[in-house]
Design a protein around this ligand. Structure first.
Ligand SMILES: NC(=O)c1ccc[n+]([C@@H]2O[C@H](COP(=O)([O-])OP(=O)(O)OC[C@H]3O[C@@H](n4cnc5c(N)ncnc54)[C@H](OP(=O)(O)O)[C@@H]3O)[C@@H](O)[C@H]2O)c1
Length: 336
């Protein structure tokens, strides 16, 4: 097969996630090439460009968007800048892979959908987990009936961060645990059920100083069953997802921050007994989920396959998050 015509990407900002994970991942891809990075501080852009061997460094996001060589933008800005800068990128004719959560609200995200439809570019949300083999395998096993009928999903996602200087602790910037990490159990519950929840109920405890949510638990009512999760930015670091069916159970050990230097494992329990005699473990070959995500998006740009997490899906996810916040206010079930 001829060598792929790599998509030329530009990165908006020197965000930690880009520098540490997404850029190095995408640079391993067959379909993606990072050609430029921009920062509000040009010196930072230059230093990162040197370190990561990115050919061009820009002193402003605007300059990067004006570069005609760039075909696609990766947007890892703070949450309140996801929609505004993704719209600017679309209007400059660039495809956009935008970090999660897609925006601050459903209304915010819908303005991005309008921009996409107006400009004809491709836009997706950077839920890298959706391209990781452990999630594809889990979905395949469940669809094949391995655990009987899937009825219940339970998840945890937590870590500790009370740094006042972190973007996640600024309420107006879309801070808080539900937007930062609760979005993952919401996303993966929808992905694995392959359905949308009709209603949710949630409990939200806020940080007295930051006013961001620091402990959230929710129940999502799906046509085929129920999903529950707890997320927090002020708890022990932990992540796990469990899928319970009428006959068996699947557990994903490191569901979200899947490492790229060792295999990921899923445990499949045939329900033989409660002591685990029926548990088998499948190990996935080590892979980089950011590379896979970038290449899947680049392939979609080249006309091979779909955008992994399109805006319609991102808006559905945001609708669930919004309903959880509403429910915490009203103390009642809220329709999604
Ligand atoms: N998918 C994942 O695995 C994953 C993991 C972590 C984070 N994320 C998402 O990625 C995004 C960035 O997270 P992060 O932890 O990488 O953030 P971060 O390190 O704080 O980076 C955010 C960057 O945005 C730029 N920026 C522009 N305006 C800013 C402002 N007013 N205040 C602060 N920074 C501003 C800065 O870059 P310049 O100074 O260079 O302009 C800054 O470095 C978030 O949306 C987060 O949800 C995703």
């Amino acid at each position: 097969m001829a060598k792929p015509n790599k998509v030329k990407w530009g990165v908006l900002s020197t965000a930690g996630i880009g520098v540490k994970k997404t850029i190095p991942g995408m640079q391993q891809g067959e379909w993606s090439e990072i050609v430029a990075i921009a920062s509000r501080d040009g010196k930072k852009a230059e230093s990162v460009a040197r370190k990561l061997r990115i050919p061009k460094a820009y002193w402003s996001y605007e300059e990067l968007l004006a570069d005609p060589e760039i075909e696609a933008i990766y947007n890892p800005l703070p949450n309140h800048l996801h929609v505004p800068w993704s719209i600017k990128a679309a209007e400059a004719g660039k495809h956009v892979l935008c970090e999660k959560p897609i925006g601050l609200s459903v209304a915010d995200a819908k303005t991005l959908l309008d921009a996409r439809d107006r400009t004809g570019v491709k836009i997706g949300e950077a839920f890298m987990i959706r391209t990781h083999p452990q999630w594809l395998r889990t979905r395949e096993l469940i669809r094949s009936g391995r655990i009987g009928d899937l009825r219940s999903i339970a998840g945890f996602f937590s870590y500790f961060n009370r740094d006042a200087g972190n973007i996640r602790n600024v309420l107006d910037w879309g801070g808080g645990g539900l937007m930062d990490i609760g979005c993952y159990p919401v996303n993966t519950s929808r992905f694995i059920f392959g359905e949308e929840p009709s209603r949710v109920i949630g409990l939200v405890e806020r940080d007295p100083e930051f006013k961001t949510d620091r402990l959230v638990s929710a129940i999502l009512d799906f046509p085929s069953g129920q999903a529950i999760f707890t997320c927090s930015m002020q708890l022990v670091p932990y992540q796990r997802m469990q899928f319970l069916g009428t006959k068996g159970r699947i557990e994903i050990e490191i569901p979200f921050n899947a490492p790229n230097d060792r295999p990921c494992r899923i445990h499949i329990d045939d329900g033989g007994d409660i002591f685990g005699s029926g548990i088998t473990t499948e190990s996935m070959t080590a892979c980089d989920q950011y590379m896979l995500q970038g290449d899947a998006f680049s392939r979609a740009i080249r006309g091979h396959g779909d955008v992994p997490v399109p805006l319609e899906d991102a808006i559905q996810n945001m609708s669930v998050i919004e309903a959880i916040f509403r429910s915490a206010e009203t103390g009642r079930w809220e329709r999604v």
